[in-house]
Design a protein around this ligand. Sequence first.
Ligand code: HEM
Length: 384
Amino acid sequence: MICLDPDTLAALRHKNVSSSLIGEMAPEILGGTLVSLDGSAHRRARDGIKEAFLPKGLTAAGIGDLFAPIIRARVQAWRERGGVSILPETGDLMLKLTFYLMGIPPQDLPVWHRKYRQLLQLIVAPPVDLPGTPLRRGRAARDWIDAQSRQFIRDARARSTRTGLINDMVSAFDCSEDALSDDVLVANVRLLLLAGHETTASTMAWMVIELARQPDLWHALVEEARHAGTVPTQHEHLAQFPVAEALFRETLRLHPASSLVPRRTTRELHLGGRHLPAGTRLGIPLLHFSTSSLLHDAPDQFRIERWLGRVEPVGPLDMLQFGTGPHVCIGYHLVWLELVQFAVALALTMQKTGVKPQLLNDAEKGRRFFPTAQPSMKVRIGFS
Ligand code: HEM
């Protein structure tokens, strides 16, 4: 695989650069999902669900109101425990939020949790197709999740009382001009479970690590949160939280959760000063865009000031960690809301008893960069 230079961002928008490689890298779980499709097939699959993820769709579904108490309860539990291994905790919180987002009833969460963990095994399972192997267990979990999603879709059509994004996606999907089979929707529900979990959990964990490393940043966040006094629940509230938003954006810039996006050329191309024959595998390095001095002053320094007091709106270059072009992250507005909610809830909860996050071991040790970039599972944060 060739890793292209930072100035080859255009590859993500190029009509002769395909996303099918993603499906081939993880065929058992990502094959047929919209992230691995190109052109009109991709557009049709994406159009079926994208409205639900825009601020209007998220507000209509009451997602911010649903998330706020769950996040507050979790950070309160952290305060009572006095310290946590941060990534396992944010991973667990994100999984819960993702399941709630889908409208999975609370009593079903333990079994979904178990099936989801088994599903993840499909990413690394050796190709041994025998009873009891990770491959068999992973496939069984995938089939179980798909069957549940199919039932959710049927329930949504029957206008049962189930709530959540699946309802909205089904309505949008059924209203779309081109009739698509339910298989597309089922595959994309599975993609949503996978795409939003580790990426957001990792960013959340880095946010806490950065707050623990920088007392001034923590104090600025606490001041802002106390002034507002409440966790925001809609995008229109977010303007009251410039520090929390800058924390989210700067954390993601320095610690992009998706460090490398795979693609393949479909025709002979000249990109990034290289000649690339048709069929060349590409790795588009989002990590390098984040740390490029062509795009940012002092790129290695964590500076929320880059985001504060800006007059120009956030543009594609400011959110490169979510990709760009037709495959730009569908979850961007959701992540923006939930990570600001998280930062504000953390500050409000901890300041009540005057405690703040403290880094208890080396956050650089054991960090990984692929398939998602994450701090080590062993990084501990104390609250004292
Ligand atoms: C900090 C959190 C996140 C980051 C950094 C992130 C990053 C990305 C990136 C870089 C892509 C582009 C992939 C490509 O071009 O091939 C992407 C696509 C996608 N993301 Fe996210 N993501 C995050 C959270 C979420 C969430 C919460 C969801 C939904 C619940 C989500 C759903 C998707 C979907 C469905 C796609 C595929 C879009 C398409 O192919 O048209 N992501 N994300």
